[in-house]
Design a protein around this ligand. Structure first.
Ligand SMILES: Cc1ncc(COP(=O)(O)O)c(C=O)c1O
Length: 404
């Protein structure tokens, strides 16, 4: 199998990892295998001599577990994250939910980043307690506070780096060390970093999660999620999530995402380069009060970014004096970028995330945690997800819309 050879660079694995050339047609593009189930034949584990069937020995049984196209995607993502297994899910949220519901049960304790993707934060804080799971939100950039939050029943620490939407970083190796000392697992949502920038498993995390909907597919035309990690952990997720939660990835989505990953490295390099130039431009713009981007020396954790990110990614934020008026101006006047939610597409997207609204709808932070949020986000940030348009066109577009 191409990509199985040890020692290939990740850039090559993005093209060849998990790729299976169909033996009958020798087609160079992956097949889209639409079949839901597979024929059972004597000798394949379904019919054992002692009458005990071992269905887990079959490579493919039923598409809710996995299917041949989805499996190619899972193996490619495992290769990119330098591990041996991955389970794909219908969405990024399904990957997060499957992780929580596999490794946490009644009486267990979760430490979750006080700021992370809204869906993950709300699931942790609002839903898990209904099932008897204790949840403590912590600012993951303060390693000592994470260490202090551990309880004897802490089973999982979940973080993001950079975190959506304020782009604060977590020292992944430090938190992994703390989690390991307490015998807890650590999951990292690495959607904003992508495997091109950061490989959390090599820094000591146990599980890495991506919303494939974002940069990894990169074209804004399919949902998807994945959890990558050691086989024994991934198998646990697959056997709970695949069998009982049912949020499996459809084959066509896997095919689209495989095609997206083919160009992940050159896309992320171009996007990151462009984001650096746009962040620098915005920092010097008289109407812009603050810019956050891990690649800017002004980012409070720029040194950490240089240590754990190979490039600085495609998302930056900026603040202005009167965000509500600016939001209307951007929505009305942008001609190249779009004013819209989500991120990680081939086209640039910008949206206002108002701090008060975010507190009401999602985070509910108070005291020091709110002050920490405001240090990165003030009254609100415009989150700009940079696409593949010419950088000069994007800068000119932002400039004319900001000045309109
Ligand atoms: C960091 C992060 N994780 C997870 C998700 C959820 O992904 P999906 O929309 O694919 O469920 C998002 C979506 O915005 C995200 O930004």
């Amino acid at each position: 199998m191409p990509g199985a050879t040890m020692g290939l660079s990740r850039e090559t694995l993005a093209l060849n990892g998990g790729l299976v050339i169909d033996p009958s047609t020798k087609a160079i593009a992956p097949n889209v295998s639409m079949s839901v189930n597979n024929v059972l034949t004597p000798g394949d584990g379904a019919f054992s001599a002692d009458g005990v069937d071992d269905l887990t020995a079959l490579p493919f049984l039923y598409a809710r577990w996995t299917n041949p196209t989805v499996r190619q995607l899972e193996q490619r993502l495992a290769a990119l994250e330098a591990t041996d297994d991955a389970v794909a899910t219908a969405t990024g949220v399904a990957a997060i939910g499957a992780t929580f519901l596999t490794f946490l049960k009644k009486g267990d304790h979760l430490i979750v980043s006080d700021v992370c993707y809204a869906g993950a934060n709300e699931l942790a804080r609002r839903i898990l307690p209904d099932y008897g799971i204790e949840v403590t939100p912590v600012n993951m950039s303060r390693t000592e506070e994470v260490a202090a939050a551990f309880q004897p029943n802490t089973r999982l620490v979940h973080c993001e780096s950079p975190c959506n939407p304020i782009l604060r970083l977590t020292d992944l190796a430090a938190i992994a060390g703390v989690a390991r000392r307490h015998g807890a697992l650590m999951s990292v949502d690495s959607t904003l970093a992508t495997p091109v920038a950061t490989q959390p498993l090599t820094l000591g995390a146990d599980l890495v999660i991506h919303s494939l909907t974002k940069f990894i597919n990169g074209h804004g035309d399919t949902l998807g999620g994945v959890v990558c990690g050691r086989k024994e952990l991934v198998e646990k997720i697959r056997s709970r999530a695949g069998v009982y939660l049912g949020a499996s990835m459809p084959a066509m989505n896997a095919w689209l995402i495989l095609r997206g990953i083919d160009t992940l490295f050159p896309r992320m390099r171009a996007i990151s380069d462009s984001a650096t130039k746009i962040a620098t431009f915005l920092q010097g713009h008289p109407a812009v009060a603050a810019v956050a981007y891990p690649g800017l020396p002004s980012h409070p954790q720029h040194n950490l970014a240089k240590c754990q990110m190979d490039l600085f990614g495609g998302v930056l934020t900026f603040q202005v004096k009167d965000p509500a008026t600016m939001a209307r101006k951007l929505a009305a006047h942008l001609k190249v970028a779009h004013y819209a939610f989500s991120l990680g597409h081939q086209r640039s997207i910008v949206v206002l995330l108002d701090t008060q609204e975010m507190m009401k709808s999602t985070y509910g932070l108070t005291g020091e945690q709110l002050a920490d949020y405001r240090r990165f986000a003030g009254d609100g940030v415009f989150r700009l997800s940079v696409g593949l348009e010419a950088t000069d066109d994007l800068i000119a577009d932002l400039d004319q819309a900001i000045n309109a």
